[in-house]
Design a protein around this ligand. Structure first.
Ligand code: HEC
Ligand code: HEC
Length: 358
């Protein structure tokens, strides 16, 4: 449905309802006036409000109308005719009232459709903005069509595929859990990013909550593009780049330089759990303070035994894979395979740690 329709239907409904209401008011004004004309209340003592009034005082003798067959032609409208008109008036009033009810009913019946139409319009708008944002912020890492992989000229893109079947609402809508998980994954990853130690690329954090440039609304627009964008939407993104005068070829950023000294690695990776400051408590209470480790280490029995066995790589082995030295330890592996550091980085951080306190 085109966007104009919803507004028109609402407006028509509102106008008809107001007109009906005014007609109803006018109609009752007319009834009161008419009643007053045919039966002025000044003629008889009246108790109570007009329309409901009682024309005779309680227990007063009530004049009976003269039977009409002997009645003279009345000067005022025939009382019987008044009462027959009253029937029609009541029917008309009732009709107006029910028309109003019917209108309210129609309103409730068509509202879901009107609202769905509005949601559809909103979604379209979000996707359009999402395309603009993607062209500006995501294109260079996730690729012109959002499919990741390699560029047409064969360079490897750092970002993962976003324009993929698993993320499309149409493919997962029958599985509400999957829909919810996908929404969360996409929203959280865009907002908070996904950091990896250099030289691996990180997904930057884009949400303003995490120091990025995008509002939560803009993150939602990107999410709507990813989950609801059509092939045409993704194809449009190249055109948007063109119109903005930005290069069509992905400008893949340089990979972040690997920290090439042990202290940097220690400060960026190990301080998640350990402290290197004398007298301070570690963020993770299980992780010892390493500020004097070169002098005081090793600490645990297994590592002491390994060092005592004369193995010169005792600490490299520990940092690479602590559970291989002490099964069940709470420190996870940091070296290859699986750990986030390269073998070189492990060597650098180990050399650094062994100087501490000396
Ligand atoms: C500097 C390059 C870079 C930029 C720019 C970038 N990303 Fe990423 N993106 C990545 C990397 C790297 C990953 C994670 C790769 C991994 O987990 O191995 C990623 C992952 C993601 C994921 C998670 C995908 C999944 O399957 O788990 C989403 C969603 C995403 N990016 C969206 C975006 C959006 C939206 C933008 C633009 C606002 C954007 N990215 C900009 C590099 C980038
Ligand atoms: C996720 C938390 C965590 C991170 C991150 C972490 N460690 Fe640990 N580390 C521990 C825990 C817990 C222990 C205590 C292990 C035990 O004795 O069972 C420990 C112990 C150690 C020890 C002392 C071993 C001994 O008993 O002599 C050294 C040395 C060490 N870690 C070095 C590092 C280095 C270097 C890094 C950074 C590459 C690092 N750790 C990152 C949790 C962590």
């Amino acid at each position: 449905m085109p966007s104009g329709v919803s507004i028109d239907v609402n407006t028509i409904l509102a106008v008809v309802a107001v007109l009906l209401f005014l007609a109803l008011l006018g109609y009752f004004a007319f009834l009161i006036r008419h009643q007053e004309e045919v039966e002025p209340s000044t003629e008889k003592p009246a108790y109570g409000i007009e329309l409901l009034e009682q024309h005779y005082a309680p227990s007063a003798t009530v004049e009976q109308p003269t039977p009409y067959y002997v009645a003279p032609i009345p000067a005022s409208p025939d009382p019987l005719e008044i009462s027959s008109n009253l029937d029609r008036k009541i029917v008309l009033g009732g009709g107006l009232l029910f028309a109003l009810f019917a209108l309210i009913g129609v309103y409730f019946v068509i509202q879901p459709a009107v609202r769905a139409d509005a949601a559809q319009t909103q979604l379209r708008a979000n996707i359009e903005y999402g395309k603009e944002l993607f062209a500006q912020y995501c294109y260079d890492c996730h690729g012109r069509d959002g499919k990741g992989g390699t560029t047409p000229d064969g360079r490897t893109l750092p970002g993962l595929p976003l324009n993929k079947p698993d993320f499309k609402y149409a493919n997962i809508k029958n599985d509400p859990t999957k829909v919810a998980d996908t929404v969360t994954l996409i929203t959280n990853t865009i907002t908070r990013g996904r950091p990896f130690p250099a030289p691996r690329y990180s997904m930057p954090a884009w949400g303003t909550s995490d120091g990025g440039p995008l509002s939560s609304w803009q993150v939602m627009e990107l999410r709507d593009l990813i989950m609801y964008g059509t092939d045409q939407d993704w194809a449009d993104i190249v055109t948007i780049r063109q119109q903005k005068g930005q290069p069509i070829a992905e400008q893949i950023p340089k990979p972040p330089a690997a920290p090439n000294n042990g202290q940097d690695i220690a400060q960026t990776v190990c301080t998640k759990c350990h402290t290197f400051t004398t007298g301070q408590k570690s963020p993770n209470p299980l992780a010892p303070n390493l500020s004097a480790y070169g002098k005081d280490g090793p600490f645990n029995a297994q590592l002491k035994a390994l060092k005592a066995s004369g193995d010169p790589n005792w600490l490299v082995k520990w940092v690479t894979n602590p559970p291989s030295v002490k099964p069940g330890t709470a420190m996870p592996p940091y070296g290859p395979p699986g750990g986030q550091l390269t073998a070189d980085q492990v060597n650098l951080v180990v050399q650094y740690v062994l100087t501490l306190g000396k």
